[in-house]
Write a protein that binds this ligand. Sequence first.
Ligand code: GDP
Length: 354
Amino acid sequence: MALSIGIVGLPNVGKSTLFTALTNQGGLAANYPFATIEPNVGIVPVPDARLDALAELDHPAKVVPATVEFVDIAGLVAGASQGEGLGNQFLANIRETDAIAEVVRFFGDPDVVHVAGAVDPASDVDTIKTELILADIATVEKALPRLEKEAKRDKAAVKKLEAAQKVLAGLNEGHRARTLGLDEEEMEALYDLHLLTSKPMLYIANVDEDQASADLPEIDGCKPVPISAKVEADLAELDEAEAAEYLEAMGLEESGLARLVREAYRLLGLQSYFTSGETETRAWTIPIGAKAPQAAGVIHTDFERGFIKAETASFEDYVALGGEKGCRDAGKLRQEGKDYVVQDGDVMHFKFNV
Ligand code: GDP
């Protein structure tokens, strides 16, 4: 179950260029077990140097990175919620993603026409925000008669109706569902509606090549992640060593893909832990705060159900002490029980019984 991010933005801001570049960089990873499923869906390995460090120690038969799925959602134009452009098709596509990344044009190139006539990030963000809010208003309005009917029959459904009315009022004032301060119960009541503006959102600033590490001002309360689609497209053509050289020459510490994924993990409260041995060295994605059984459950539900304990070393110890055996000998392989809160980078070995 890869983390799924929908890419949106006005036409001509560089969405397709970026999508193609990001998903081709995915092809670089060795033993990469996934392929593109649909033309607009790309599964990309999460860049993580720690995985390479572990593989160097354990020489596994394969290395499996965590993955992120990007969905290129073309065709959002002013009026999309009314059925302009790809309209409803577009909206159905983003409903299923965990987060939305909006590509915003910052690059200047006069040869590339801007749909609204001039490069104006704040105004572009506003246009898309309006479309997403309008789409959500339509969704809630459509659901209301049903929710009203249900609330008359069933007391439990009253909460749902009230949450929907509250969110509709907020949307009508131009606020995203996510910024309305809904409590957990209300969020849950509204879950079925898959409101677009209830999703976490990040902005990708598609900047000129020399701006790829720029510190950009906030738009709409969020710091955009600067990425040059051109630089990413170049990176996609290079092998690993060449890519590293190229980044250095550009004065960049990492690829835009790495930056984007890190930002998405932060936004969604996610982290990675590892399993490593002869057969496989692998990164797994879990929520920050997850306990050991929940982390085990990402591998297999049996691991969670029959969880006994997790032999755990920190990534730093594991590498410094030369792997599991070294950690055991040095007393750094902890026996953690079901209340252990997994830490980012933990290298874990689960004992279970079903
Ligand atoms: P989309 O409509 O948002 O998918 O935009 P495209 O990816 O098709 O890009 C629109 C045009 O902008 C194409 O001609 C791209 O080559 C160009 N473009 C995209 N990203 C950049 C960039 O970072 N710099 C420059 N100069 N041009 C870009």
